[in-house]
Design a protein around this ligand. Structure first.
Ligand SMILES: [Zn+2]
Length: 257
């Protein structure tokens, strides 16, 4: 009869357990065969994975759909758009066993470039993607034209959506500063900062093939060279071996093989 005074805790415990389990499950729906075919046709990163990694990629995409809301603003969303957004989220974190984007609740997809007041019609619109801060915290906005261009054959070293997700990784330690402290071990922090500034100087002197937008600040540098790392890994490894080396350590991936 000793346990009797705590007997009333049992139903409470069961209710709490029910909600924990229910929340954890959050309906991860496996991808369909059509989804997999679209990934294979449009996402070259996925296309080049072996069959085991393809399954892992599909699971991460499905997990992303279960946790992050994707909304269309002024356009009709297609399965392709949704899969490209999820792929952009998964590619930078594919080297980590169980990364969750804790600082992201929704992605808004706009038809085209937008301005700083999120207007996508008229006026001067040149923003292709952004990670929200302040009242927009937890939101990402992407332009569909930039999203699709990033996965097209003519994208070169650029991929706007990957760029934005790399900003989120960078931001996960509290500061979007080009130093992803959650991903970089302490002893590599200073060498990484030094390398960023050396490469930025080369861009300033016109001695680099890295997009000059990278010299805006360290955060933009990190996001821009990450696009290059995932889009043209062999070229980056060839032209900037040290930079490639640092990035493959940060992302725990060797996309150049
Ligand atoms: Zn940026």
């Amino acid at each position: 009869m000793n346990s009797l005074p705590f007997g009333y805790l049992i139903p409470i415990f069961l209710i709490v357990l029910y909600f924990i389990l229910r929340k954890k499950k959050s309906h991860v729906e496996p991808l369909t065969e059509t989804d997999k075919q679209i990934l294979n046709d449009y996402v070259s990163y996925y296309h080049h994975l072996d069959s085991t990694d393809k399954i892992r990629f599909e699971q991460k995409v499905a997990g992303f759909f279960a946790t992050v809301k994707i909304e269309a603003v002024g356009l009709e969303m297609t399965t392709l758009d949704e899969l490209l957004i999820a792929s952009s989220a998964v590619i930078p974190i594919f080297g980590f066993p169980d990364w969750q984007y804790k600082n992201l609740s929704s992605v808004l997809l706009y038809p085209d470039t937008f301005d700083k007041d999120f207007q996508f019609e008229g006026g001067e619109r040149n923003i292709m993607g952004m990670v929200g801060s302040g009242y927009m915290n937890g939101q990402m906005i992407l332009s569909r034209s930039a999203l699709r261009h990033g996965f097209s054959k003519s994208a070169g070293k650029e991929n706007t959506a990957i760029h934005e997700f790399v900003h989120l990784l960078d931001k996960s330690d509290g500061a979007t500063d080009g130093v992803p402290e959650n991903l970089i071990s302490h002893e590599y922090t200073l060498p990484w900062i030094k390398m960023m500034h050396e490469e930025m100087e080369k861009i300033e002197e016109n001695k680099s093939d890295i997009n000059p937008y990278a010299i805006t600040n360290q955060a933009e540098f990190f996001a821009v060279v990450s696009e290059y790392f995932f889009e043209k890994p062999e070229l980056l490894k060839d032209k900037h071996p040290d930079l490639y080396h640092h990035l493959s350590r940060i992302f725990a991936q060797q996309p150049a093989g």
